[in-house]
Design a binder for this molecule. Sequence first.
Ligand code: PLP
Ligand code: ZN
Length: 432
Amino acid sequence: MSVTSESRRSWQCCIACGDRLGELDPRPRCDCGGLLDVIHAAPPSTGSELRQLLDARRTDFQAPASSGVWRFRDLVLPSAGLEVLSHPEGNTPLLERESISHWAKVARLVLKHEGHNPTGSFKDRGMTVGITQARRIDPRAVACASTGNTAASLAAYAAQAAIPCLVLVPQGQIAGGKLAQALAYGATTLLVRDGFDRCLALIDQAAAELGVYLLNSINPFRIEGQKTIVFELLQQLAWSPPDWLVVPAGNLGNTAAFGKALEEAIAWGLIERRPRIASVQAEGAAPFAQSFRDGFATRHEVVPDTIASAIRIGNPASYDRAVRAIRDTDGVVTTVSDEEILEAKAVIDVAGIGCEPASAASVAGVRRLVRDGVIGFDQRVVAVLTGHILKDPELLLAYHQTSEPVPPKANRPIEIDGDLGQLARVLQRLET
Ligand SMILES: *Cc1c(COP(=O)(O)O)cnc(C)c1O
Ligand SMILES: [Zn+2]
């Protein structure tokens, strides 16, 4: 099995007009305005031979095979060879807790916890590829607009690569953990007095006119990295695909990446049956769900409002790609309320796992889809937890300490004096 991946060809292709761009073309989108896809020629080996190659790398502790992204480099960015910038990232666990399956009312729910990535979200999988690509292009700076996690991730990877980094976040709308990370990793951080959608439009313009390399999820190389969430979980399941993949949906980069990963996994013989994708939006930020309801006849835009800041997006950038992903996988798009998100999060947290609010939308979505009869009780479901519990401490502290009204699963702290008697009384109450 000789893998001469270094010489394999890849290019960029506009999903609207079909025009081709070179692999190193830094334009964020096609001149017609369409989104770009990275297309790879078929890998040198496919089917069981490819599975064997990928499985053999799991015991290779040397970089880049030790990364859960670059282990799959033949399917991600073959022309980079071993010249990649990696933390490493990926290798996130599959978790199962009966209490969570029970809450979602499904026999077996497996959680893929992407909060275990280096900066605490799946964004690192896309960013290692995006920064690897940026180094090949050598721009004056890299930049992104972000609801927080993209900024944290880009800041860390740009620091490692020593490339100047600009992040734009909506002022007052980003969780404390994420802002703290962007500042600490040394990114030039702009607090824009406007919403996320305006941040994105602004950075888009900067990419076109100021020569900065855009690393938002419209960047097709980030999508290539995020595909490895799917490759890795299929590998962890011994290449036996589940019935459903459930994912929170904001800008729709992940939904798009999942669709592309599944398409390629079938084309290159990694799996024979395609799982269905379920994208879950917050009720107050559900333009994609609205479009799904009318068969994607119209693209909607809303003023987003939800406690889940990572999916607080009114005009999703990867819309066109995500429509394709849902259509190709016979997928569905559903919504959950903020109350359902918070309840799911409390169930995930108290199981000892924990996740950020947007991540809990996937588990809340599973429950909704089971209740609606879309997901069957006995079907195999993998739900993705997208971010770490510590990303949003303000929301957690408010949830557990607020008194009017006390939330259903709040765990209120108890204040005592430095006194053993008072401690003993608390302990006694625990036992009754
Ligand atoms: C970015 C992000 C999302 C949304 O993913 P999209 O690809 O924008 O749909 C969900 N959860 C978390 C924690 C995120 O960081
Ligand atoms: Zn085009």
